[in-house]
Design a protein around this ligand. Structure first.
Ligand code: ADP
Ligand code: ADP
Length: 221
């Protein structure tokens, strides 16, 4: 079974105003799918349904071919948002806080995949100490890659990303897109994106418009 399958999903926040109107698509195991479409099309709502913050009015969402519990969803599906809340302390602190049981080897591995190895002792917030004392702050782009590293430590089978590059400049967006390629080998990605450099990396692009898939070009069967 694909890692994720939506079958004819309908959803409304208010009665008689459906936000999703029969959405069906799949994300293959280790696949990389981009979800595009204008603001208000329903993209974030799809992610919220996959995470089971809401339940569909109609239709089903299958994870590995079955309906998982909410606990399983949170455990096996990672989420990276537009901006990443970061704790005071170093980048390493930010990883071990989220995953106290992670081994040094796992931490090395996720830092390598996200091209952050050289920044491990940097202070993401850079607030407690004068800039430079710990090698300076992390840029917005580095912080988004940290979000991926943090999510990967939980060994998710699917990573949902909600406009992860919308706040980044072109150079940081390119570095982020490269990180996505490195991660795509080990877990499936569903990325809401609007900027071409991020969308281009996906194997499949799904376009959503007013709660419906507006093209099936390139849809994975
Ligand atoms: P997108 O992510 O494509 O911009 P959203 O999924 O955020 O779209 O929103 C789809 C529609 O649902 C919009 O009309 C939005 O106003 C509405 N909507 C989103 N979240 C809520 C909510 N929590 N309560 C009510 N309406 C919402
Ligand atoms: P980029 O490297 O992608 O150009 P920036 O470093 O300029 O990103 O940061 C993007 C946003 O995050 C800016 O609004 C900036 O004020 C904020 N920001 C950057 N670094 C920090 C930090 N260490 N602590 C708090 N906010 C930060």
């Amino acid at each position: 079974a694909p890692v994720l399958e939506l079958r004819d999903v309908w959803f409304s926040y208010h009665p008689d105003r459906p936000v999703l109107r029969g959405v069906s698509f799949t994300v293959p195991r280790r696949g990389h799918v981009a979800l595009v479409g204008p603001s208000g099309a329903g993209k974030s709502t799809i992610l919220a349904l996959i995470e089971r913050f809401y339940e569909p009015d109609r239709g089903t969402i299958l994870f590995n071919g079955y309906q998982p519990s909410i606990a399983e969803c949170r455990q096996r599906i990672g989420l990276v948002e537009q901006t990443t809340p970061i704790l005071h302390g170093t980048l390493r602190d930010n990883l071990t806080y989220a995953a106290p049981d992670a081994t040094d080897e796992q931490i090395r591995d996720v830092l390598e995949k996200t091209n952050l190895t050289e920044f491990v002792s940097r202070l993401p917030a850079g607030l407690e100490t004068p800039a430079g004392e710990h090698g300076g702050m992390l840029s917005g782009g580095q912080r988004q890659r940290l979000a991926i590293a943090r999510a990967l430590l939980a060994r998710p089978e699917l990573l949902l990303l909600d406009e992860p590059t919308s706040q980044l400049d072109a150079a940081n967006e390119a570095a982020f897109a490269q990180t996505l390629d490195q991660v795509a080998g080990e877990c499936a990605l569903l990325v809401i994106a609007h900027r071409p450099a991020t969308v281009r990396r996906a194997q499949t692009v799904i376009a959503l418009e007013q709660g419906r898939i507006s093209t099936d070009a390139g849809l994975v069967p």
